[in-house]
Design a protein around this ligand. Structure first.
Ligand code: CXF
Ligand code: ZN
Length: 369
């Protein structure tokens, strides 16, 4: 079938919106008509080269829609089902999945390759095969993905909000709740109030944090951060140090969640000074694939028993946590609507990313229907 998609033909180029040819789903695969896709920073990382991607690439990895057709042997979903894509596939039986860590599913190795798990492509344009961002390609009105990437949700959850659960919201919420293990009474700092950071603030609030310090250079993020549960705001790590020192009587933060657009290794030492003894700093944001050096006081790490840990997908389990978050949305405890700053047509995708770079958006969402 023919559909429309945003393609990155080569790094550093704008997204090109054009007609593509989509093959039917093969065994284990699913054809989905997308309702919406969030515009996450990680697709931009493919444009800038901070993350390695293979081009030409159909971008997008934060989508939701309705199943149109399933290939042979598919059991997880059927036509008509509403699904959110998880940007990590979860097979359910590899060692990580079996151990309760399906965010680390062995099939995730295919993420940065961006072809179907059998090594072939379903997307084509201008006579060429197209790769897809983390095997999804949600910057398109239709896509074909493996059923391992599909999470069925209830029909009455708005798909244009549920799409955020495919990456940003689950990643941010899980970074506080799972990777950060935020406890009632904790002092928490969230650095970077974009889609992931706003969800990390909400996760910290739901986990019972006492003080939540939101840190972002964009002044307009203060009010938004407060609406998600932040109790304090600072515009730099330096300002945050003095503020946290004063509010916590010098104890500093139990948890720090790093949610910047791109992390910078030379900022790590300063970030670690915001931590209390036995505090944990969670690195959720991507650092450039080319970066291998960080500033870090290892003696501080030892003497104060500080921790510096990474997390992918907020250490959440897609098949259980995406439905869990739909229920928190349903009960009014998770604000999804407030996370969407603006909706865009697919043809406006480059404007959407310009707005993200300008700090205007918590999340921009491409709306297809
Ligand atoms: C990223 C992590 C690296 C692969 C692409 C997706 N996560 C969230 O945006
Ligand atoms: Zn993402």
């Amino acid at each position: 079938m023919k559909t429309e998609a945003a393609i990155l033909w080569a790094p550093h180029e704008p997204w090109s919106v054009e007609e593509i040819e989509l093959d039917p789903p093969k065994a284990g695969e699913v054809l989905v008509e997308l309702t919406a896709s969030g515009m996450c920073h990680s697709d931009e990382h493919g444009v800038t080269g901070d993350l390695p991607v293979v081009t030409p690439l159909v971008g997008g990895h934060e989508g939701a829609g309705v199943v149109m057709e399933v290939g042979e042997g598919v059991t997880r979903v059927k036509p008509g089902d509403h699904v959110v894509f998880s940007f990590v596939p979860a097979c359910g039986h590899c060692p990580s999945c079996a151990d309760g860590h399906s965010n680390l599913c062995d099939n995730g190795a295919a993420l940065l390759v961006g072809v179907q798990l059998d090594g072939t492509t379903r997307h084509h344009a201008r006579g060429q095969d197209l790769w897809t961002m983390v095997c999804l390609g949600t910057f398109a009105k239709h896509t074909v993905v493996n059923e391992m990437s599909c999470v069925k949700i209830e029909d009455d959850i708005p798909l244009e909000l549920a799409c955020l659960l495919g990456c940003g919201v689950t990643t941010g919420w899980g970074s506080s709740v799972y990777a950060g293990d935020v406890r009632p009474g904790d002092n928490v700092a969230v650095i970077g109030i974009g889609g992931i950071g706003a969800a990390a603030v909400q996760g910290a609030r739901l986990a019972g944090a006492r003080n939540i310090f939101a840190i972002d250079p964009v002044a307009a993020k203060e009010e938004l951060a407060q609406s998600f549960g932040a109790t304090h705001f600072a515009s730099s790590i330096g300002d945050a140090f003095a503020l946290i020192q004063q509010v916590t009587w010098g104890r500093m933060c139990d948890k720090i969640i790093c949610c910047m657009g791109v992390g910078q290794g030379d900022q790590v030492a300063a970030i670690m000074t915001l931590l209390a003894k036995r505090g944990r700093c969670v690195v959720t944001n991507v650092h450039s694939v080319n970066e291998t050096e960080v500033s870090l006081s290892l003696v501080d790490l030892t003497l104060m028993e500080k921790q510096l840990v990474g997390t992918i997908f907020g250490s959440a389990n897609p098949q259980s946590d995406i439905p869990r978050l739909t229920q928190l949305y349903r009960s009014g405890q998770l604000d999804l609507a407030g996370m969407v700053t603006r909706e865009y047509e697919l043809s406006e995708i480059n404007q959407g990313y310009a707005d993200m770079r300008d700090g205007k958006n918590i999340r921009g969402v491409l709306r297809y229907k």
